[in-house]
Design a protein around this ligand. Sequence first.
Ligand code: ADP
Ligand code: MG
Length: 609
Amino acid sequence: MTVAPNIRVLPDNLVNQIAAGEVVERPSSVVKELVENSIDAGATKIEITLIDGGKSLISVLDNGHGMTQDNLAKCIERHATSKLKDDDLFNVSFMGFRGEALPSISSIARVNITTRTKDDENAWELVVEGGVRKDIKPAKLNQGTKIEVRDLFFATPARLKFLKQSSTETSKCVDIINRIAMANPEIGFFLDDGVKKKIALNAEQGELFDAHKKRLAKIMGKDFAENSILVNQKRENVKIYGHISLPTLNKNNSLSQYFFVNGRPVRDKLLLGAMRGAYNEFLAGGRHPYACLFIDVEPIDVDVNVHPAKAEVRFRNNQLVTGLLVSSIRNAINSAGHLASNSLSSNAIDYIAKGNNPPMQMQLEENQQAGNFQYQSQTPKSYRSDLELNDYMPELRDNVSVKTESISESVIQDDFDKPLGLAKAQYHKNYIIAQTQDGITIVDQHAAHERLVYEDMKKNFEANKIQRQMLLIPEVVELDAVQFDYIINSASDLEKLGLIIEEFGDSTIIVREIPSLIGDTDIKGLVKSIADDMAEHGTQISLSDKIHNIIATISCHGSVRSGRVLNFEEMNKLLRDMEATPHSGQCNHGRPTYVELKLADIEKLFSRT
Ligand code: ADP
Ligand code: MG
């Protein structure tokens, strides 16, 4: 028989070390806790120094309200906080409130806290090593607090081995500070790793959105600042605001999506998922937008206690938050209309300026050999005689309401004023060059038309007005078993989109009617693409996303292919339709449909500026 063991209440320091296991994972978690304390203390300038990625030293200096000598003695006590005034755990407006950070950190490292309030004659300093405190002594410091944390985990060496090399730990700290800095543009942040200034962000002045944007330009880059749109919406007690990228500015991971709930950086699957949904119809799979979004809810409607490092949140009403997130993003993109990212033109200029263009002589020869140059004079009379309107997709004429009445000179002059300008020529049977008031635009006709067909189908689908066209000879399409299953199971959705199919024996279907919008197209290829797309996304996506994917596939198959010669009138019609169509700045895969070069940009190319 074993002896029943005695229960013992753990000593404070051990309790603190256990708590530190939760709160302090690595130097960046210490940096986060200390900087949040500085923000809570009303600091407007916070300076961080790291030595060996924070493993030897983390120092955080602020100009906040400081602590009195009494409070300095208390601040390292377990569960001692100045931030929970009325015992209401669900009404917390500070970053911290658990009173856990300082005692935990002091139990595992050597900590010096120096602090001074505005009424103090001098500063006070407290030293704690592995939870053992020394006497408080007078010290020198301006108003504020300086906390130095040396030899992190010296008291719990087992945890040292989980630390990475210094440069990795430094970048984790830089990442945390950047996130915190995004949410606090009115505070200056500086970080030095002992060798180099890694962060130098002066406090931004001005109205909140402006200050945010200036701060974001410094952290996320000029491209983002110049190609972002403002989000600002409120529903019930939820407010969502911030900046998101135009769909044409995207990347291959979601790491540039930053979310803040009540000012705290969070990385939450729910929010990332909502973001994906909101951009679904503007971006190809695998591409992700940039975003910096703030979600403010009543403190009582969110639980930040889910995880001590507070990276995840739980909302009382998830649907309200994600619903508002999706709709505010879509509204913002809608309001941006046909805008495409303007960094595209600067990228193009940089590319050319770096000498990536072959010598002129060679280009000329290539063009002559290939007969690639198609010039359309701007007067309708000079249409190439060998160019029939039938050459052009019939749907552009009939369904997207192209009116082919003759264009008067005055209309043409007016077109210079239009955002996309007056089409002057078509190159390589796919690129329309147009002249605007102060530059030129180059339009990818295939990408642009694909988007127009997509938007048109979407509109008609929503209004339940998709027109169908009966095939004179129904098309028999053989599929593999998987494709067949997906198509047959989606027959009723496809019907709503104007595609009438029936089972026709073993893994074979027959297509009887197609959406009239898409005209003459490779029906077999279309059906197979739709099936493959469904197989790729599986059954996990929502019906509306599935419908949008099908519409995207149909419009890709039904749009003016590159390689089709367009006449002057048709080109201008395309440009005017683009201007009138939302989201026409990007194709369904998030690629731009046009690039604009301002005269100033062109002058740069010739070194005229
Ligand atoms: P919490 O932030 O949850 O209150 P902490 O352990 O992080 O717990 O801090 C304990 C207390 O120490 C805080 O409530 C605050 O009163 C005081 N404090 C900590 N850091 C600072 C600082 N930089 N300036 C002023 N007071 C501070
Ligand atoms: Mg704190």
